[in-house]
Design a protein around this ligand. Sequence first.
Ligand code: KIV
Ligand code: ZN
Length: 530
Amino acid sequence: MIAPAQSEKDRVVIFDTTLRDGEQCPGATMTHEEKLEVAALLDEMGVDIIEAGFPIASEGDFAAVNEIAKRTKNAVVCGLARAAFNDIDRCAEAIKPAKRRRIHTFLSTSPVHMKYKLQKEPHQVYEMVIAQVTRARGHTDDVEWSSEDGTRTEHDFLCRCVEAAIKAGATTINIPDTVGYSTPEEYFGLIKMVRERVPNSDQARFSVHCHDDLGMAVANSLAGVRAGARQIECTINGIGERAGNAALEEVVMAMRVRNDAMPYWTGINAKMLTRASKLVAAVTSFPVQYNKAIVGRNAFAHESGIHQDGMLKHTQTYEIMLPEDVGVKQTSLVMGKHSGRHAFVHKLEELGYRLGDNQLEEAFVRFKALADRKKHVYDEDIEALVDEEIATAQDRIKLVSLSVIAGTRGPQRATMKLDIDGKSLLEECEGNGPVDAIFNCIKAMVPHEAVLELYQVHAVTEGTDAQAEVSVRLSEHGRAVTAKGADPDTLVASAKAYIAALNKLTARRSRGASDAIAVGERRIHSTDVG
Ligand code: KIV
Ligand code: ZN
């Protein structure tokens, strides 16, 4: 691989918005602790700016941004704020403990947004830009201003707003493709045009923020860099509003692997990309597409005979980067029923887990039970098992046993035993299919109003003895929780996932009043910002 160019003018700053734009996408809500874990990993990985959340959106968002601000060692901690003084002030308060802090304030500038969303005239929007940036500058000297729906904004107006924002003190100017509408050529032209026409453009760093509605977010972001932008806003696994944002791992590796064509570099430790991808997938319950560039499980898998033959002769025949460069271990130690505790602990360490004695004991017992039923236990099996172990430690509802009668003759029937706060309950229900029968049993023992919004099954590993991983999303009073359950038996995995989601809802309910506030405010969060 060609060594990346290292001159300061070619350095592209990585602004990660997994915890803000990423968390905004339906179902990707993370708990407070999960957000802290993701932020710590981003910081360790070399992300320059962590957009930690939208502090005015809810008490929860504020608390997460505030805690991340306290804990982050290297990265700039950034919070998002609309063009309202109370938003900006709240954001400033949340990021205050950070060693380095940024306020990111945005306002729509396109005709359609100004007319229908803001219901304001361009001259009013122009004044608001000056006021919001000035307010933010009163709190910190690191201020980013974004022209929301920038790619559908009229050019003269965009240039005027950018000039005014810089004059008012913005140090970073972001031109988002909020609706993922642009093409690489068009976006290149837009960034170039703004940089050339705005007289004070040299006083700010330009940033790109592209959504993936047409699958061009990464290409557009790189085109923006070619036009002079030196900050890319992106998310791990490309999660984000609608079709998502530009994927961090893709932009970073594109510039590294094709440094001949894109001679830019970042401070990201690419060896941590796979770990980051796995963590974000686990905490959001958003599985990573198998063929996803860089971090998909097939990204370095070769199955066809011709490809395998080529790989055996020389890896460069079919691989343009080394798996270990992005943190994929080339040889995976296959675990099975003969593996002992030592190997299990070693494997956990390799996968980045550190468990307490009790959790380790439980996990080992469950690993042995799984290995008895399954020929090979893969890394993904162990991750699913341990993630579940961690999640169930404090659960109030626990699955004790389940048996199901299914098949063509119906009706399908489930018999289930649950342990709820230490009490044993037994129920038998019919259903329109075995999964329905199982969910009916759970509903009978744990009455609730939550609506099942998503039920998804996928195999954690290959083969008919693979562990099934089921994701379930339940929504209650406008807020959703997503949870996973894994087991070699798909029906048991389904029961575990549903129960895990109910446990999350129960935990949330017991947090009480502050949540009620979060419900209303969260809705503002997810509809107003792209
Ligand atoms: O997509 C978008 O325009 C945004 C802004 C808040 C930057 O997320
Ligand atoms: Zn966005």
